[in-house]
Structure formats: structure tokens, C-alpha cells
Write a protein that binds this ligand. Structure first.
Ligand code: CIR
Length: 258
């Protein structure tokens, strides 16, 4: 099924070495290697039949290659978020410029102070959106987000996060009712209706796979998850994301798919 026609990515900037990190995956990113991995990521997306818009690097924002966070793009509207990380909040300005090329003015919505929300906390499952309440996404942000979604006929429910950075750090929807779940999300009643593949603890990072038009892109080096995704019947591609992992970033964080 072809669901996504477009993808937006942003080239990593040199300042990425100063990006936010929990230190879970230690080491400073190697900028040149990150660029090569980003090239491969773009190639993989193209193989999934999407047009890729590549925004230029923005040195003012070390984490700006993680374009998923300052916007949520749906089939009916674009929502410019209000990132909760202070050093990332300004990313919303240039992402809005990029989004304007694809959505009419009256379909561009905004999360505003005191609400905060980051796209990494949003998981779209058909017309329903799960939103993680995290250190980056607050109650007011979720309230505004559900109000906006309701205008377009979408529904929304909150998932409380206890450990991970973003909702999609630990749970991702692969369409066809299939979810990859890890850690704190394994037993959450919120996801009881889905067919779940439980990620082994040592492969937790690979909970963050992306479905793009029936192909699932899996991070390189996670054999159990790769085998499970193939077993579910998907075509797969792998991309090495080691340099982005050092900043707690994964495959979904690096693009907006719509
Ligand atoms: C941050 O902490 O904001 C970045 N270093 C990583 C963002 C990852 N984005 C995502 O999970 N959507």
C-alpha cells in the first residue's frame, strides 16, 4: 500500500557533536560518518517510492537533523509543535517554512506555550494518535494536540512515559495492526488491541523501525528484530544509524513521512 508520497529530512550539521544525549549509547558522533549514514538513509527512503526533500544543515541547532520532533504531518493537516527541549525549540521556525510548500495555510496548526510537544512522542495508527506524556511533551501540549486532531476527525490518547525519551523510542506501528514494543510499553493496556512483537532487551534500540509503503526500514545490527519483521511478511531494508544513536536518535527521528 502506498501511503506516503513525501519525506522531509535535514542534513546533519557539524554542531551535531554537541547534540543532546542521555549517554545511553556513549561516544561523540563522527560527523563524516553521520553524513554517509544520512546518505544511505535517503537512498533507502527513495527505494520506498517517496520524494525526498533534503533541507540544508542548520548549524544553529545541533539536533536539527531529527526533523520528526518539530512537526507532525498527517494526511489532512500539519501541526507545528513546540519542542520541550529549550535548545531545540527554535527548530519549529524553519520546519514550518519547509512544510508550507506542502500544506495550505489553513491546514497548518500550532502547539503554543505553555503547551509543549515533540513529534517523537506521537505515534499515528490509522486515524488514532497515541501521544507520550514525557519530559518533552506536557499535559497542555497534549490537550491542544487532541483539540486540533478532533477538528480533522482524528482521535488521540495519552500514554504516560516513565523511562524513555520519546514514545517512539520504545514503540512503533508497522501498519496492518502490527506493533514493535519494548521495555515499559510491553504490558501497557493502551496497546492491547494490536499484534505485538516484543523486542528483546538487548535490541531495544531497534524498536524504532519505520514502515514506508510496505517496506520496513530496520537499524543495522539488530538480527532478532530484522528476522521478526521479515517473519511478519514485510520487505526490509537496513540502515546503519550508529552516529545518530549516540544522540538517542533513531530511524523515525530523522524524517517526516507524509
Ligand atoms: C534529542 O534529545 O532531542 C535528540 N538528541 C534526539 C531526538 C530523537 N528524536 C526522536 O526520538 N524523535
Amino acid at each position: 500500500m502506498k501511503k506516503f508520497n513525501n519525506v522531509i529530512v535535514r542534513r546533519p550539521c557539524r554542531a551535531m557533536v554537541e547534540g543532546i544525549t542521555s549517554g545511553l549509547y556513549p561516544g561523540k558522533p563522527d560527523y563524516n560518518l553521520a553524513l554517509k549514514q544520512h546518505d544511505a538513509y535517503i537512498e533507502a527512503l527513495k527505494q520506498c517510492g517517496v520524494q525526498v526533500t533534503v533541507l540544508p544543515a542548520d548549524e544553529a541547532y545541533p539536533d536539527s537533523c531529527f526533523v520528526e520532533d518539530p512537526a507532525v504531518l498527517t494526511a489532512k493537516c500539519a501541526i507545528i509543535t513546540n519542542p520541550g527541549a529549550a535548545s531545540r525549540n527554535g527548530e519549529k521556525v524553519s520546519i514550518e517554512e519547509a512544510v508550507r510548500k506542502f500544506y495550505p495555510e489553513d491546514r497548518i496548526e500550532h502547539i503554543v506555550n505553555p503547551g509543549t510537544l515533540e513529534g517523537g512522542d506521537v505515534m499515528m495508527c490509522g486515524d488514532h494518535f497515541f501521544v507520550g506524556r514525557s519530559a518533552r511533551t506536557n499535559e497542555e501540549g497534549i490537550r491542544q494536540f487532541s483539540e486540533i486532531l478532533a477538528k480533522y476527525g482524528y482521535t488521540c490518547s495519552e500514554v504516560k512515559l516513565e523511562e524513555v525519551l520519546h514514545l517512539k523510542t520504545g514503540v512503533n506501528y508497522l501498519e496492518n495492526n502490527n506493533l514493535l514494543v519494548s521495555g515499559e510499553f510491553v504490558n501497557k493496556p493502551d496497546f492491547a488491541a494490536y499484534h505485538k512483537y516484543i523486542i528483546p532487551e538487548e535490541e531495544a534500540y531497534a524498536a524504532n523501525c519505520i514502515w514506508v509503503n510496505d517496506t520496513v526500514i530496520v537499524p543495522e545490527g539488530y538480527q532478532a528484530v530484522l528476522a521478526a519483521v521479515k517473519q511478519m511478511g514485510y520487505q526490509t531494508l537496513t540502515v546503519d544509524t550508529s552516529e545518530f544513536r549516540k544522540l538517542d536518535g533513531g530511524l523515525s527521528c530523522l524524517s517526516l513521512r507524509f
